[in-house]
Design a protein around this ligand. Structure first.
Ligand SMILES: Cc1cc2nc3c(=O)[nH]c(=O)nc-3n(C[C@H](O)[C@H](O)[C@H](O)COP(=O)(O)OP(=O)(O)OC[C@H]3O[C@@H](n4cnc5c(N)ncnc54)[C@H](O)[C@@H]3O)c2cc1C
Length: 431
């Protein structure tokens, strides 16, 4: 395990552990990015690729937050469903937003190749398994969505799904060949290293304590140094605290969890016989994927408490509900992470005041959307590109301030109850 990252499968399997020094002097730069998760790193590399002078300040290590702890599922779209986005902004606008998210997927793959980022194995394909009996609906929905958005979802019948996954929990499923999984922390660190090669300056262990603005200049203060910049970009997500109250009031920090088993050897195949990332379609869903050494990485569960008691037991119960044959397998690690959500479940990408930008609120769907947000902000600053305004309808809505985590917990329980109700309804329909 690496010093200063939390103990996780990712920190135990770092490709390299180069540490960056803290900021210890006063420097001038064009853009100062606060937060070294993928939102901040994507902004920094996007600016560096456009020849801008950029400095990034990270409180801990790059990728220390959600970006280095997550499931590693990369797919187009957003935390909010495309149907709800369409209802909110209309057909064309929704399609444009979806296309932006697809372009971000392409950019991620291009950067992995161009900068030789070691974040593999990169395993293509994501499967969404249906927890509920939806009759013919799923196949029709996939066809309609492919027509509308140009996506490539394949319908998997119950028989096909059962050949791949030995569980009675699921009915049928949708396979997305465009999605993939990877090592999230090694990707984050690879983007940081590539941004530095392009001239970006990145400081770790450099928590920003205050930002003051005089005229067009922003002074960004850490305990041991100062950055003076024309632009400042807040990318602190669920770890923002009260650094910028206007953003904090609009952010719901939500705790969620991942565990990884010890290598399962042949036992893995008694449950799962495909290499893809798998999730189900409950609102309070599980998601999981086999790793190359036959471990199973399992994610799910949401809570207002950052470190709930009996985390391993809770996660193990969720896994055994789907795969009783894996009950009692040895768990190697389990860890928490905090996501930043907006009430509308869409990214918050925009400008608060001249030169004061924010790039946050990616929720549980941040692996491609952080790259998208970084590109839009970088292009807005470097080229006066106005596409970031496509996110204006999903602004900084009030999220409850200090009460937000409690509201989120209540919402999660409500979602679980809804899922249970649907499950029971399916069961009684079968009797
Ligand atoms: C357990 C878990 C599983 C997930 N699984 C998936 C998945 O499979 N697929 C997917 O698409 N998404 C997933 N997500 C969501 C995704 O990880 C996030 O949306 C994304 O990583 C958010 O990136 P970010 O840069 O906005 O935030 P973060 O990665 O959280 O980064 C914020 C950074 O800001 C820094 N910071 C905060 N305050 C300061 C300060 N004052 N000064 C300097 N730095 C500061 C923090 O130290 C932190 O490093 C998951 C999230 C979690 C927690």
């Amino acid at each position: 395990m690496s010093a200063n990252y939390i103990d996780s499968y990712y920190s135990r399997s770092l490709h390299d552990d180069h540490q960056r020094a803290p900021l210890t002097n006063n420097i001038d730069t064009s853009v100062c990015v606060i937060g070294g998760g993928l939102a901040g790193l994507a902004t920094a590399i996007g600016l560096a690729e456009r020849g801008q002078s950029v400095t990034l300040l990270e409180a801990r290590r790059v990728g220390w937050g959600a970006s280095g702890r997550n499931g590693g599922f990369v797919s187009a779209g957003y935390a909010q469903s495309m149907d709800k986005i369409r209802r909110r902004v209309g057909d064309n606008h929704a399609r444009e937003l979806f296309q932006l998210s697809r372009q971000a997927m392409t950019l991620i793959q291009q950067r992995i190749a161009k900068y030789a980022i070691h974040c593999g194995p990169i395993t293509p394909g994501l499967l969404s398994a249906s927890w509920f009996d939806q009759g013919d609906h799923l196949a029709a929905a996939a066809a309609a969505r492919n027509d509308w958005l140009g996506s490539h979802y394949e319908y998997w019948s119950h028989q096909r799904l059962r050949a791949a996954l030995s569980t009675d929990r699921y009915f049928d499923g949708l396979y997305d060949p465009d999605g993939f999984t990877f090592h999230a922390l090694n990707f984050s660190r690879g983007i940081a290293a590539a941004a530095e090669r392009l001239g970006a300056q990145i400081f770790e262990h450099s928590a920003v304590t205050s930002v003051t603005t005089r005229g067009h200049q922003h002074k960004i203060q850490t305990a041991t140094g100062t950055v003076t910049a024309d632009h400042v970009v807040y990318c602190c997500s669920g770890y923002l605290g009260w650094l910028k109250p206007r953003l904090a009031w609009s952010t719901i920090p939500v705790g969620t969890y991942v565990m990884v088993t010890e290598p399962l050897g042949e036992r893995l195949k008694t449950a799962i016989r495909i290499p893809h990332g798998i999730s189900d379609d409950r609102i309070a869903q599980d998601y999981y994927r086999p790793l190359a050494d036959t471990r199973l990485l399992w994610g799910g569960y949401v809570s207002a408490v950052t470190k709930p008691r009996n985390l391993v037991a809770k996660m193990r119960t969720a896994m055994a509900k789907v795969y009783p044959q894996l009950e009692n397998v040895a768990i190697a690690a389990a860890w928490p992470g905090t996501m930043g959500y907006a009430t509308h479940k869409m990214p918050q990408i925009g400008q608060l005041a001249p030169g004061v930008w924010y790039n946050q609120g990616f929720g549980g769907h941040g692996m491609n959307t952080t790259t998208l947000g970084g590109e839009l902000i970088a292009s807005a600053i470097a080229k006066a590109d106005e596409r970031y305004r496509l996110f204006a309808p999903f602004g900084l809505s009030f999220a409850g301030g200090p009460l937000a985590p409690i509201a989120a917990q209540a919402m999660y329980w409500f979602y679980q109850a809804q899922d249970k109700f649907r499950e029971r309804r399916d069961q009684s329909a079968k009797l």
